[in-house]
Design a protein. Structure first.
Length: 438
């Protein structure tokens, strides 16, 4: 039976030929027209990059290699006794395009366990960083510090054929993913738990071990929450900031450590991954101001007051989606099953019931529906992770699965240095003047 690396090779060679044929025969065919508004507006919806591992439809939502989140919850392998899919399984799917068996996922679990030990020099560096440094800063620094381990950088320096670039990139990716749960847990325990750490359990899966090393609860539902969280946040096509950053940095043949560390810097922005902590902070302020779980009428007034003050309702709206985020739905279903009487969840549910109509009436948002960040914080808080600033680290551990899977494919397919053409406002004004009158 082929291992994961051998399975990837069997997919890589025909995929290379497929891409080469497309570029040779249809390379001049246009797939996108760009408007002035798109040029000024962050290249929104401009089709100008290739991302194999997932695709995002404004109405259907995210599909991972063609599968919806509910399909993955049904089809991906689960840990014995667990109810949510294993993150190892989604990594296998993103990398190969095939649904894994439990044995396939277990093989990855064992491979990551063998590579998971944190080197002493990394521990020394992490200890030297002040404990009150933002966890995402610590996370990006730790990933970057590990760069001295890069197989890709070493082999590139020694010289290798470009058709081999994928191989050391694969090794780097496996090394990084193996270590991320321990890195995240180390930052959590150092920053919030008196620098007292919990060793990994070799019998546990990747997500289960992360839950154990955090040491916040023994509730088996929290272990399943970690698995679910790490699966549904892993990828969201290539145009989001963290994914695009990893792609851009990697296109310079920077190794996986540089690429992922840079991606985490992007994820740390409040318009991207940091939004999950902003949502919970807003919910907690709301409950404080309104004296607990509010009535619908009081909640409506609070939301209108927020909007009329020129502020936003955090967690609502999305750059692409035009419906409720399927990742929100998955988390809501988990909460309905495991914590239906949690006060914060009740508020999150009430906001879900009233905010879309208010935002629609307000008329200044293209999408009045909740995104993934509108829900994740209340789940983490319920199980004892009350430190908001750490929430984006969870997102980062998950997002690494997707962006690093694609990074292997980018090197396997020989995708070139990304270098779009920029223009000036004067150039745009001249184009407007030269355009035929309508």
């Amino acid at each position: 039976m082929a291992n994961l690396k051998e399975k990837f090779v069997s997919k890589m060679v025909p995929m290379r030929e497929r891409v080469q044929k497309i570029r040779k025969e249809h390379g001049e065919q246009k797939i996108s027209d760009v408007t002035i508004d798109q040029a000024y507006g962050g290249a929104r919806s401009v089709k100008c990059m290739v991302w194999e591992t997932s695709a995002l439809d404004p109405i259907e939502g995210i599909r991972f290699r063609g599968y919806t989140i509910p399909e993955l919850q049904q089809k991906l392998p689960k840990a014995p006794g667990g109810e949510e899919p294993l993150p190892e399984g989604i990594f296998y799917l993103l990398l190969t395009g095939d649904l894994p068996t439990y044995e396939d996922a277990r093989e990855i679990t064992e491979e990551w366990r063998r590579r998971s030990e944190l080197p002493k020099y990394l521990i020394d560096v992490m200890k030297a960083v002040p404990a009150d440094t933002h966890p995402m800063t610590q996370f990006a620094l730790a990933i970057l510090q590990l760069q001295k381990e890069s197989h890709f950088a070493d082999r590139y320096r020694k010289g290798m054929n470009k058709l081999e670039y994928w191989d050391p990139m694969y090794e780097d990716v496996m090394d990084i993913l193996a270590k991320l749960p321990a890195v995240a847990a180390y930052i959590f325990r150092k920053s919030y738990k008196g620098d007292k750490h919990i060793p990994a359990d070799p019998k546990l899966d990747w997500g289960g071990n992360m839950a154990k090393m955090l040491g916040v609860t023994d509730d088996p539902a929290f272990v399943d929450l970690m698995r679910l969280y790490l699966v549904i946040h892993c990828d969201h096509e290539g145009g989001n900031v963290s994914a695009h950053t990893s792609h851009l940095v990697g296109s310079a043949l920077s190794d996986a450590y540089y690429s992922l560390s840079a991606a985490m810097d992007g994820l740390a922005g409040p318009l991207h991954g940091l939004a999950n902590q902003e949502v919970l902070r807003w919910i907690m302020d709301l409950m404080k101001d309104l004296g607990g779980v509010p009535s619908k009428e009081h909640l409506k007034k609070y939301i209108w007051d927020t909007l009329n003050a020129g502020k936003v309702v955090p967690g609502y709206g999305h750059a692409v989606l035009r419906k409720t985020d399927p990742r929100y739905v998955a988390q809501r279903e988990f909460a309905l099953k495991h914590l239906p009487n949690d006060d914060i969840f009740k508020v999150v549910s009430s906001v879900y019931e009233v905010a879309p109509d208010i935002l629609t009436e307000h008329g200044k948002t293209k999408n009045p529906w909740p995104n993934v960040d509108a829900h994740s914080g209340c789940l983490l808080y319920h199980y004892g992770i009350t430190e908001y600033d750490f929430y984006t680290v969870f997102f980062g551990v998950s997002r690494a699965i997707g962006v690093l899977s694609q990074l292997i494919w980018s090197r396997a397919l020989g995708l070139p240095l990304e270098r779009p053409k920029s223009v000036t406002t004067e150039w745009i004004e001249n184009q407007i003047k030269a355009a035929p009158a309508k």
